[in-house]
Design a protein around this ligand. Structure first.
Ligand code: SF4
Length: 352
């Protein structure tokens, strides 16, 4: 089975500025026309050729005749949690479904959690998406579509401030499409993000961490979850390929701009990785790194027999890190009632 996306129709959201200029130049159009269309789509949020009212009608017609559309995703469903978290389900042009989560922050701001694949190949044992396996990669346009469509689902006055590649999929397994999407959302005349408002989270694909640092030094988050190879091998098969020492060495090489921190996500599984010894080893692993640890008490789903640690255990683990001056927060679980919490994304077989 191919994990490549289906051959894209000629969706304009798949195109870089250069490829759009080249396509319009081949039609005999001046360069500024491509820039005008680019701005309509990526900065002004146009979702159809008809909306581009200052572009000549004849050109819009020609683009339509040649099969160009705007976007490959539709918002199919929006579910809102009692805590204000919103889960968006997108239907893609081949029928596949992906999800994106909007997490409320103070001041009417939201963080958007983006998907990069349909399912995921990494098979992390504590993650619902991991149980789905990988159906296919997303295209760059399908990732950008999530960013372009999400603001329209928010209440008036709210806005998205930060995007994190932490939804369905391992972003660095779909490196080229993820990179193109970052270039688009952080580029001139795009949705207006900068590298510092974008975070890519990885389970630990070491060569791709190095590549990302070379071309787009966005914020980096590592889904760590264990402090020994023995436990990490069991929880995250990727560790057999890139063990902890190699992963931490890659993180130390990552060219993080000054005053920014690396995030280490640590899903706490009762009796598996939440002991005092684990906390002490974590302190050692992160020694002299500009690290912020995000403890995530496991969010249950039908499947693996893990337990969420007790509140007391979570606080004891956190205390050991705090006492060694490690910046650490315990993630407040959001969106649990709509299966939008960390590790829970993916269409359920009985989803209404
Ligand atoms: S935690 Fe992330 S990398 Fe691991 S299976 Fe889930 S989606 Fe994939």
């Amino acid at each position: 089975m191919s994990i490549r996306p289906p051959t894209p129709e000629r969706s304009l959201t798949e195109m870089s500025r250069e490829s759009l200029r080249a396509a319009l130049s081949a039609m005999g159009e001046p360069r500024y026309r491509a820039d005008q269309i680019y701005t309509w789509i990526f900065a002004r949020g146009a979702r159809s050729l008809e909306a581009m009212t200052d572009t000549p009608k004849a050109l819009r017609q020609r683009l339509a005749d040649e099969g160009y559309t705007v976007g490959r995703a539709l918002v199919e469903k929006v579910r809102e949690s009692v805590d204000g978290t919103r889960k968006l389900q997108f239907r893609l042009s081949d029928g596949a479904a992906i999800e994106s989560v909007l997490i409320p922050m103070p001041g009417g701001l939201f963080t958007q959690c983006l998907s990069s694949q349909v399912g995921c190949a990494m098979d992390c044992k504590f993650c619902y998406t991991g149980t789905m396996g990988l159906s296919r990669h997303l295209t760059a346009g399908e990732i950008v579509d999530q960013v372009l469509l999400a603001p329209g689902t928010l209440p008036a006055g709210a806005r998205i401030d930060h995007v994190v590649y932490m939804g369905m999929g391992e972003p660095l397994h779909n490196f080229d499409a993820v990179l193109q999407s970052i270039v688009t959302i952080c580029g001139d005349d795009g949705p207006g993000y900068s590298f510092k408002r974008v975070t890519v989270s990885t389970s630990g694909l070491v060569p791709q961490i190095d590549r990302l640092g070379e071309v787009a030094p966005v914020n980096l988050a590592i889904s760590l979850n264990a402090t020994t190879d023995e436990v990490r091998d069991r929880l995250m098969p990727v560790n057999k390929r890139y063990p902890l020492a190699e992963l931490i060495a890659a993180v130390r090489r990552y060219p993080l701009p000054p005053r920014r921190k690396l995030t280490f996500e640590y899903v706490l599984l009762g009796g598996v990785n939440d002991g005092d010894d684990d906390a002490r080893r974590l302190v050692k692993l992160l020694h002299r790194l500009p690290a912020r640890v995000n403890l995530i008490p496991w969010n249950p789903f039908d499947g693996p027999a893990y337990a969420r640690p007790t509140e007391e255990r979570i606080r004891a683990f956190q205390r050991i890190l705090l006492d060694r001056n490690v910046t650490v927060t315990v993630r407040v679980t959001k969106g649990l009632d709509i299966d939008a919490a960390c590790g829970q994304l993916g269409e359920r077989p009985d989803a209404a």
